[in-house]
Write a protein that binds this ligand. Structure first.
Ligand code: GAR
Length: 200
């Protein structure tokens, strides 16, 4: 399974996927890493590890379509089976999503459909939920909305801050993303409406 990773920042989810592949826990290959930010620590890690790492800065394009068309050129070369959004903080257009239907995955730091959008961990604390977590899902044209592949839960503690809660969710994200990609690599699943079901 060939992967293209899209990121905007730290890249810890990308790092955990890289490590899973390196240690033989995930049968996949990272064919390209694309960041929309030149200063993303994740793109530096990608270079250090010898990946084809590209910065395609959205601020240098007049609109979303022009930016995405540049991304699509890299993807056409890299020929990924799956596009992995790993902290990629830009919405993909409906046209882009349609071109890669059921082949783009994202991770979000809440139990969707609760708390989509930005600052999901702060939203969870503000709402007072006792359990939150993370979700790996296929990307559709909605915001953090497509069919769910894997979720992992995290208990909210009385003394949690956004930072402490985010850190515990992140540990679970790293497990969840690799688990989800292992399901996709095995190919033994079906998408039926919103449900992603594993076949025995
Ligand atoms: C992760 O917590 C991820 O769930 C979140 O950004 C962080 C990226 O961390 N993504 C979103 O909020 C997307 N809506 P990372 O760069 O260390 O992987």
């Amino acid at each position: 399974m060939r992967l293209a990773v899209l990121l905007s920042g730290r890249g810890s989810n990308f790092a955990s996927i890289h490590e899973a592949i390196a240690k033989g826990r995930l049968d996949a290959e990272i064919a390209a890493v694309i960041s929309n930010r030149a200063d993303a620590p994740g793109i530096q890690r990608a270079r250090d590890w010898g990946y084809d790492a590209r910065v395609i800065d959205n601020r240098q394009f007049p609109n979303r379509a022009a930016h995405e068309s540049e991304i699509r050129k890299v993807l056409d070369e890299a020929r990924p089976d799956i596009i992995v959004m790993a902290g990629y903080m830009r919405l993909l257009s409906a046209t882009f999503v349609a071109a890669w239907m059921n082949r783009i995955v994202n991770i979000h730091p809440s139990l969707l459909p609760s708390f989509p959008g930005v600052d999901a961990q702060a939203q969870a604390l503000a709402h007072g939920v006792k359990v939150t977590g993370c979700t790996v899902h296929f990307v559709d044209e909605g915001l953090d909305a497509g069919p769910i592949i894997v979720q992992r839960t995290v208990e909210v503690r009385d003394d949690d801050s956004v930072e402490t809660l985010s850190a515990r969710i992140l540990e679970q994200e790293h497990i969840a993303y690799v688990d989800a990609l292992r399901i996709l690599a095995a190919g033994n699943y079906v998408i039926e409406g919103r449900r992603v079901r594993r076949m025995k």
